[in-house]
Design a protein around this ligand. Sequence first.
Ligand code: NAG
Length: 404
Amino acid sequence: MRYSTALFALAAPLLASAAPARFYGKRADSDILVFKFADVLEQLESAFYEQAIAKFKDADFTAAGFSSSQIPIEQFLNIQADEATHSVALQAALKSFGETPITGCKFNFDSALTDVATMAATARVVENVGVTAYLGGATLLTDPVLLTAAGSILTVEARHQTILNVLSGTGTAIPAAFDFAFTPSEVLALAGPFITGGCEIPIPANTPLGLTNTGTVAPGTLLKFQASSINGTVPEDSLFCQMLVGGAPFSIPLPLSQCVVPEGINGPVALFITTDGQPLINNVRDRAQNKVIAGPALAFIDTKPELIAQVIRGASASGSNGQQQSSTSTRTISPAEASSIVVSAGATATDAGAPAPTSTSSTDGYAQAPAGNGASSGAGPNQYTGKSADGKITVNGWKGQTSA
Ligand SMILES: *[C@@H]1O[C@H](CO)[C@@H](O)[C@H](O)[C@H]1NC(C)=O
C-alpha cells in the first residue's frame, strides 16, 4: 500500500535531483509544453479516479462481476495516488523552470461514471491515452534528462494499463509487444471531451472520433463512426478509416464503408478517419496530419482473454466460455463503447463542473456497516465507507488500512 502523502514529499526532490544543475532555469518551449500538457492529463486522470472511487459502492463492484470489490478498489486507489503524485512532481518541475502550470481545468466524467463496468472500461482507455501521450511527448523533449524523467512516469502509466487490462475481465494483461504514440493534438481528441473549461490548453485538438458499435468489437466487425467532420461536406464514400497498432510501420487503410477489423489484432487499436487511402506513418514526427479529419479513437480488440482476468472479474465479463458464469447478472461494456462514451462526453458535459461526489459518511477513520464482514445483512458483504490512506478521498466499499 502506498501513501501518497509520503510520495508527495518525495516526488519533487526525486525528479529534481535527477540532475539539479540542469533541471532549473529556462527550458525549450517544446519541453515546457510537454510537461504542461502531461500535467493536465495527470490532473484529469487523478480527478477521474477520485470521482469514481467516491461514487461507487461495494455492491456496484460486485454487480459488475468482480469477485471482491476490494480488488479493483485497491488498484484504483493506488493508481489515483500515482496520478496525483505525477501532477505534483510535474508542477514542481515547471515552477523550477520559472513556468506556471495549467490549472483550473474543469473535468466532467458523468458519461463515464454511470456504472462500474463503464468506468472500468473508460479507465482502460484513459490509461492507454496516458501511455500514448508520454510516448508521443518523447519526440518533443529536447533534454535527455527531462526525457528520462518523463520516461519514469511512462513506465508507471504502462503498469496501470496492464492492471486495467486485467480488471477488464476480457483483456490480455500485456496484449502486444509494442505500444504506439500520439501527438498532443491526437491525445486531445480523446481527452478533450472530458475537459469542460476553466483552463487554456495551447494545443489544437484533433476532431474527436466516436465508435457507434454497441456490441463487442472483434475481428470481422464492421466499425461505425461518428464525428462532427463526417457530415457530408466530404462525401463519405471518399473517406477512409485507418487502423494503427503498435509495432506496425503503417496504419491499415480501408474505405470507410468497409472498415472491418482484421484478424490477428489483439489489444489497443488507434482509429483515424482520413480523406485519402494513404497509410498513416506509425511515428508522431513523420505522421501526415493534413489528411486526418477525425480521431484517433481507441478501441480494444480483445481476442486473447486470459485466466487471470477471469478470476478477478467473472466470466460473464468475457462471455468467451460458459464455464465460470457469475451468479450476478451483469451489464458489460466493451472498450469500444467506452471510446464512444469518451467522445459523447463532450456533448453531454455541462459547464457547471463535475458534481461533488456523494459520500455517505464524513466520519474520520473507517466506518463499518452494522453487519460487519458477514453476508447476513442482506445488503451484501463488506459494506464499508471510509477515507483513503492519505485521508483525501471518501471511499465507498473500501475497508481501508488499520494503520497509516
Ligand atoms: C463538416 O466537416 C468538415 C470537414 O469534413 C468540417 O470542416 C466542417 O467544420 C464540418 N461542419 C460542421 C458543422 O461540423
